[in-house]
Design a protein around this ligand. Sequence first.
Ligand code: NAD
Ligand code: GLY
Length: 365
Amino acid sequence: MTRKVTVNLGARSYDIIIGTGLLDTLGKRLDELGLGRTVLLVSDEQVWALYGERVGGVLEAAGFKVVAAVVPPGEEQKDLARAEELYDLAYGGGLDRTCPVVALGGGVVGDLAGFVAATYMRGVPLVNVPTTLLAQVDSSIGGKVAVNHPRGKNIIGAFYQPRLVLADVATLTTLPQGELLSGLAEVVKYGVIADASFFAWLEACWERVLARDTASLERVVRHCSRIKAWVVERDETEQGLRAILNYGHTVGHALEAATGYRRFSHGEAVAVGMAVAALLAERLGMLAAPEAERIRDLLVRVGLPVTIPADVDTEELLQALYRDKKVVGGRLTFVLPVNIGEVRVRRDVPEGLVRCLLEEARAGD
Ligand code: NAD
Ligand code: GLY
């Protein structure tokens, strides 16, 4: 069943439409938004091979001229050079200020296309059509758009809200299992930070999600979208509350950086980060041990890692922690659960305890 979640941000409000088979409605929905008739349709080669022709056809049938911008898959595409190519295509294709950029793909395509939409002609309408679980529950919502700088991820970016998000869960049927699992880590995150009953549902029904049962996927995307919308409505530009979405990301990002972004998928690194944060919360007396165990247990059951490999150097990890964007005034930021469904942002965790726990969270200990 098609559902709608609205992100209420005054003049920048938009709908997230969630359902199955929604790709075929894209032309009609762009029409309803009253956007210009030329579309820069951004995708990556893998997604384009699966859905590009269909989506292009739907747009053309609705009377839009389509300028296709298909980039190779992968995080390396999220850079200024690739953005410049997209500006060329947009300008050459005749996109004016009223014409939309449509992002068809995962978070890489969404962040890149979103950055181009935010900056081309000082901003043109952005429509997100996310095709990974991570993009449907997280990156397509909330307006963070960015490209990477050689010295850091997502360093050049903006807050730029889309005009519409169309999440067709049918696209998740072609997603490689590893990508589904990576998205599932973010799904578990939402349960821990904001919704105990959703977490309990996941404990009971995770197998249905991994088996890509349509109703379960729709439920997951709906719940997570609601939580993300709720957070973004209250703190669009991450002045405070929005930081709770970074649960698991402090150690997660450091682990990705310390292992050269090759050894762990983003979701796997976040899963380790969530387990470490749960342990940290337990040690600080904030979270009861059985609750911390529930978090670790769910991650393990779905097939996500919860330990730091023995050959990852703790000092290197600590250095990576301090290089993170979330470090303010030299202090590490941790999002720590006090219950399943409730977290606190802490900037006062002693470095000695962090070092100790990074050691303790090693595989084999
Ligand atoms: P991704 O975009 O690289 O997609 C993963 C892989 O899946 C790619 O190879 C892609 O071609 C393929 N794919 C995508 N959809 C498919 C489908 N339906 N069927 C088959 N294959 C498909 O990865 P991702 O995990 O979606 O996104 C990661 C990016 O998102 C990172 O760059 C990260 O920084 C960013 N991100 C942004 C935000 C935000 O708020 N803007 C939040 C979280 C992550
Ligand atoms: N993914 C974190 C955020 O959108 O704030």
